[in-house]
Design a protein around this ligand. Structure first.
Ligand code: TMP
Ligand code: ASP
Length: 253
């Protein structure tokens, strides 16, 4: 049997060649890593949950006119996506102080920010994804000023949409990270949301109790990561309320 071609393997996902030119298959692994992969584990069912959650958010965003790479979910762990040239930036949007912002600036975790704050990190594992300024981004040609203006507008629209989805189910969207890709329509470039949106790339706190429902549960050893992600998926109606833990599926295709 012919084996499909792996295009890229990251810490949590694998990209395979898609069925048609300009498409890729994005496979969600169960691997969890933190602190630039210094801490790692395999969390049964995480890939299944993130595939479903990312589908839910990207489909919702496509529906309100925010362009994303998501085309359709193929199975438990895979989705068909539009191939895009990834801009080498991690775009972080923050509503509440937490994580590296709290550490860097000494702002107590949980402090509401006066407005959403956007940060850019240069995507390079060897360097530990360092924070960079717009000056660096433009000077080194990672993106143009026009790209940056478009990225900020996209990031803020994603923030509005995701904050609303979460608020409706009693969850505060503290912060999140997105990646943006370029696609070409003839000679014209468009920017689209790429990668994933899942509790791996967001901070999500229960509004009532402050309980963490995101990858900080793994980073800080706060309990079961799959229980936290299952709770997010249940509240959003992505999986049924009466479902048990998401088992590790044996069938992929
Ligand atoms: P930070 O506070 O550690 O900088 O993280 C900000 C947000 O970005 C948080 O929601 C987690 C997410 N994030 C990723 O998705 N990937 C990463 O490699 C890191 C460091 C953070
Ligand atoms: N995704 C990064 C890593 O594995 C860091 C993190 O999410 O904390 O290493």
């Amino acid at each position: 049997m012919a084996r499909r071609k792996k295009v890229y393997e990251g810490k949590a996902k694998i990209l395979y060649e898609g069925p048609e030119p300009g498409t890729l298959v994005q496979y969600f692994k169960d691997d969890a890593t933190a602190f630039n992969a210094e801490k790692r584990d395999v969390i049964d069912g995480k890939g299944v949950l993130n595939n479903r959650l990312s589908e839910f958010f990207m489909q919702g965003l496509n529906g309100v006119g925010v362009p994303t790479h998501f085309m359709r979910r193929l199975n438990m762990r895979e989705q068909l996506i539009r191939a895009a040239e990834i801009i080498p930036l991690e775009v972080v949007v923050r509503n509440v102080a937490a994580g590296s912002l709290s550490k860097r600036l000494g702002i107590e975790e949980g402090t509401a920010l006066p407005r959403p704050i956007i940060e850019f990190c240069y995507k390079d594992d060897k360097l530990g994804d360092p924070l960079v300024t717009e000056e660096h981004i433009i000077a080194f040609g990672w993106a143009s000023q026009q790209d940056l203006d478009d990225i900020v507008a996209l990031a803020l629209r994603v923030n509005d949409f995701l904050s609303g989805c979460m608020m409706a189910v009693g969850i505060k969207l503290v912060d999140f990270k997105i990646e943006v890709g370029r696609v070409w329509d003839g000679d014209f470039q468009r920017l689209i949301l790429a990668d994933e949106i899942s509790p791996d790339s967001c901070r999500l706190w229960d509004i009532e109790t402050g309980k963490k429902l995101d990858k900080d549960v793994f980073r800080q050893d706060l309990g079961s990561l799959s229980d936290a992600y299952t709770e997010v998926a249940r509240r959003l109606g992505v999986i049924p309320h009466n479902s048990g833990p998401v088992a590790r599926p044996t069938l992929i295709n």
